[in-house]
Ligand binder design. Structure first.
Ligand SMILES: Nc1ncnc2c1ncn2[C@@H]1O[C@H](COP(=O)(O)O)[C@@H](O)[C@H]1OP(=O)(O)O
Ligand SMILES: [Mg+2]
Ligand SMILES: [Mg+2]
Ligand SMILES: [Mg+2]
Length: 358
């Protein structure tokens, strides 16, 4: 597939996500070995900081004038010297296995202080003007900790519109035809797992093995959503965490649509990637709280990848996700993602279920 716009941005995004994923995988395996504390949240903290530092370093090197909205900030790292040195050792030792690719990302970060400063470059308020990157260094922290699905997420917005997206999903099967899966589990190997999804607005979506480093941003295989005319045969996916979306409403919608297969529950934006390649069909995220605002880094890359694969993504009111109003999706409620041809029907069922609750 030829992509002539945003070629460099796409390449940097792909390589930055791949490099950060090497770090998150190392943290996970060290946790499994007991090298980092297994019983608290420290593995995810280490992975979050390390991955965010590596991604921001790559962006700053290539696009020093771009703004960045990233999930994490360094306060905890500044207070805790042990944590800082653990993260720094990992960051220092994490490289792509291609020297050319590594050079393109700017090579190693100078020292631990530079690393901490890089992490705080992700503090842009976002908005509707100019070039803004959105980073979720580990999306699906619960999935990461349980050996399930998680994603390293990066997207570029220009004037509030997502132009480039890259999602690294270390625990999804490489094979686009594989069935939906919840994860590989702590005791299984990485063999056959790890996929990199990417998309450029107007130029389609692709997947490729996360482990394959390429300097050609067009090296992936085009992906598309499954053409589905009979909704009763659809597969839908949702969060594992009942606190993140309403399993009850989602079950009612699925029943209304006549869907017979049970939902597939998985953490993170791996849900967007999975439906984009036709491993599932519908992703429902119905709000559980009237006040929670979704974060832009939880949706930007996935939204573009699904739309470029032939899908539609809206909120429960049928409005497209609006990335132009800051760090959150303040103008939207919930997410409904489905193949373009059936999205309207799915949305109708969503609205029927929601209005029955009023
Ligand atoms: N009340 C909530 N409603 C929706 N999403 C939430 C809520 N609380 C946290 N999240 C976010 O949901 C995302 C994970 O979604 P999923 O469960 O589908 O994998 C995380 O980024 C998480 O944010 P956080 O990083 O602050 O935990
Ligand atoms: Mg997240
Ligand atoms: Mg996160
Ligand atoms: Mg978080």
């Amino acid at each position: 597939m030829r992509r002539d716009k945003y070629e460099k941005e796409l390449l940097v995004a792909q390589l930055a996500v791949q490099r950060a994923s090497i770090l998150t995988k190392r943290v996970f395996h060290e946790k499994a070995k007991g090298t980092v504390d297994k019983n608290d949240k420290s593995p995810v903290t280490i992975g979050d900081f390390g991955a965010q530092a590596l991604i921001i370093a790559a962006l700053q090197h290539n696009f020093p004038d771009d703004a960045i909205v990233a999930e994490e900030e360094s306060a905890k790292l500044r207070e805790d010297e042990n944590l800082r040195s653990t993260v720094w050792e990992l960051v220092r030792d994490t490289k792509l296995d291609s020297p050319d690719a590594e050079a393109l990302l700017g090579g190693p970060i100078k020292d631990a202080d530079a690393m901490v400063e890089l992490i705080d470059k992700g503090n842009s308020p976002g908005g509707s003007q100019g070039r803004i990157w959105a980073i979720d260094p580990i999306d699906g922290t619960k999935g990461f900790l349980r050996g399930g699905q998680y994603a390293v997420c990066l997207a570029l917005m220009v004037d509030g519109d997502v132009k480039v997206g890259a999602l690294g999903c270390p625990n999804l099967p490489v094979d686009d035809a594989a069935r939906l899966t919840a994860g590989i589990g702590e005791n299984q190997t990485d063999e056959g797992h790890g996929v990199l999804f990417s998309a450029v607005l107007g130029q389609g979506a692709t997947s490729r093995p996360l482990a394959t480093v390429s300097l050609d941003p067009n090296a992936g295989t085009p992906i598309s959503m499954r053409a589905i005319d009979d909704l009763t045969k659809a597969n839908f996916c949702e969060s594992v965490e009942a606190g993140h979306s309403s399993h009850g409403d989602q079950a009612a919608i699925s029943q209304k649509l006549g869907i017979t297969a049970p939902s597939v529950r998985m953490d993170s934006q791996a849900k967007y990637g999975s439906i984009a390649r036709g491993a599932g069909d519908i992703y429902l995220r119905l709000p559980v709280s009237a006040t929670y605002q979704e974060k832009i880094w939880d949706h930007a890359a996935g939204d573009l990848i699904v739309r470029e694969a032939g899908g539609q993504v809206t909120d429960v009111h049928g409005k497209r996700l609006d990335f132009s109003v800051g760090r959150t999706l303040a103008n939207n409620k919930g997410v409904v993602a489905a193949p373009l041809a059936v999205h309207g029907k799915v949305l109708e069922a969503v609205q029927e279920v929601l209005s029955a609750k009023l």
